[in-house]
Design a protein around this ligand. Structure first.
Ligand code: ADP
Length: 477
């Protein structure tokens, strides 16, 4: 049995701002089926400590980046968790990364360095007798783990480190004058290790220090090595090409199951979706319409292509289509979306974060939109497939790998599951809306698409095997 210490800044259902949390929350159960024992180390944010059931102290630090800290073990929400309880870093209102005014916490570098340091401590010394065989870190917040593993083991870490990139856009950089404060070795502050254009980069530390790097789809793995998508790390990744693998994310098939979903009128065939569509239209104040009801559930950022959607929308609305959107994020996008809804009876917008509503939207929509400029994997198109809600997606990253475009050939072979567009422009998205509406107006074809979509394997089975394979290569090696 392989014991894996998973390290991340979010873990569903306890704390989530995006897909990272879903993956970190789902991996332990998926890996348990294959005989790995995974424990997950996350920060003891105020909200997380409140949810922790019977926390038991297993490690204490007299001083950890500015204050006393401890690690507690708990079994909460079915997960074996290790929580870094460091009140001076994590006992705060706000989100994991932002204060109440929406600005990054000024001490984010130290907060996640502390998380990484605690992980390295467990790698070296275990926690209450539990000793991992591998550390698996996620994104920049766990990027410094190999640096601290190195430091705590006098240059000879006992166990390997796997690093998964969920989004290369976030580097976790801070000024070089933090080296001492962050307990980093000055002699390793070089381009080979974690120096990035004169700054300390936690992401680069993870990329250079890991024995193996994974990312969340095969296409994104290729994209990461290009200047267009690599966000400055493409050279680092090209140098590590042989250690880089793409393993696509799965979704929790129990949480996202149209036959049992408590948030909706359950259904097993796409024909029975209608009642959910009518309910969703009523909930959003949309009238019945002849065109497809498109839904979108997302963070509202530049990455997600919301501006492209706004520009391309006339092509959908002109065919009797509708849009129901749920999201929150950049203030100017929120304002633009409110304006759009005020001007169009067939557009409705909810600003906020609402898991239950997300379920009703995925069930009630005819199509789900993911027009991202880049998308490492993407989860909502996978929910859409499972619910027979046709994904209309940009041809990039995981969206390229998980959706099969309704080309004439794919339709003829009964393989098509959605609509893809490329290049990622408003014009191409407009054309995709036209294709979507054409498909929707041909009920027989649309029904085939829906059935194909619902048959796709979007769970964890295949990907868990791929992680299992990677773990055993490292432990046996
Ligand atoms: P990212 O991690 O880049 O935000 P993903 O598609 O990988 O994008 O994952 C986003 C996750 O967050 C999905 O589970 C999605 O349903 C959820 N989500 C995003 N915004 C909202 C929202 N406003 N309300 C409810 N769920 C949301």
């Amino acid at each position: 049995m392989t014991r894996v210490l998973s390290v991340a800044s979010e873990c569903a259902p306890l704390v989530k701002t995006g897909g990272l949390a879903d993956v970190v929350g789902a991996l332990p159960a998926a890996m348990a089926q294959l005989g790995s024992e995974m424990r997950t180390l996350i920060p003891g944010y105020r909200s997380v400590m409140k949810q922790a059931k019977k926390p038991r102290e297993v490690i204490t630090f007299d001083a950890l980046f500015g204050g006393p800290a401890r690690v507690v073990m708990t079994k909460t929400a079915g997960l074996d968790l290790l929580l870094l309880d460091a009140p001076h870093l994590f006992d705060r209102a706000g989100t994991p990364y932002l204060d109440e005014s929406g600005a990054d916490w000024a001490d984010n570098a130290a907060r996640f360095a502390a998380l990484s340091y605690a992980a390295a401590h467990i790698a070296q010394n275990g926690a209450d007798g539990w000793c991992p065989d591998i550390v698996h870190g996620h994104d920049w917040q766990a990027g410094l783990v190999p640096e601290y593993m190195h430091r705590l083991a006098d240059g000879h870490p006992k166990i390997p480190f796997v690093f998964t990139v969920h989004n290369i856009a976030f580097h976790g950089n801070c000024a070089a004058d933090q080296l001492e404060v962050l307990l980093l070795d000055e002699w390793r502050f070089t381009a080979e290790h974690f120096e990035f254009w004169g700054q300390i980069s936690a992401l680069k530390a993870g990329l250079t220090g890991a024995q193996r790097i994974t990312t969340v789809s095969q296409t994104y793995a290729e994209e990461l090595m290009t200047p267009e998508f690599g966000m400055g790390m493409d050279g680092v990744l090209r140098a590590r090409r042989n250690d880089l693998t793409g393993i696509v994310n799965g979704i929790d098939l129990d949480v996202w199951n149209p036959a049992t979903d408590p948030e909706i009128s359950p259904y097993k065939t796409p024909r029975a979706k209608g009642v959910n569509k009518a309910a969703l239209q009523a909930e959003f104040g949309l009238a019945q319409s002849d065109g497809p009801l498109c839904v979108l559930v997302s963070r509202l950022t530049e990455q997600k292509g919301i501006d492209l959607l706004i520009d391309a929308l006339p092509a959908l609305l002109g065919r009797g289509g509708q849009l129901a959107l749920l999201g929150s994020g950049a203030a100017q996008l929120e304002v633009a979306l409110h304006e759009l809804a005020a001007q169009n009876d067939n557009v409705a917008v909810r600003i906020g974060y609402d898991e239950a509503l997300a379920h009703r939207m995925i069930a009630g929509g005819d199509a789900i939109l993911v027009p991202s400029r880049f998308e490492p994997c993407g989860l909502t198109q996978l929910y859409g497939l499972r619910y027979g809600t046709i994904p209309l997606v940009a041809l990039t990253g995981g969206l390229a790998d998980t959706v099969i475009n309704a080309s004439p050939a794919a339709l003829a072979m009964n393989a098509a599951t959605g609509v893809q567009f490329s290049p990622i422009t408003a014009e191409a998205l407009s054309n995709a809306f036209t294709r979507l509406c054409d498909l929707y107006q041909a009920p027989k074809t649309w029904g085939i698409l829906q059935r194909n979509a619902m048959k796709q394997p979007v769970g964890w089975e295949t990907s868990a095997k791929a992680y299992g394979q990677l773990y055993s290569e490292l432990t046996q090696g």
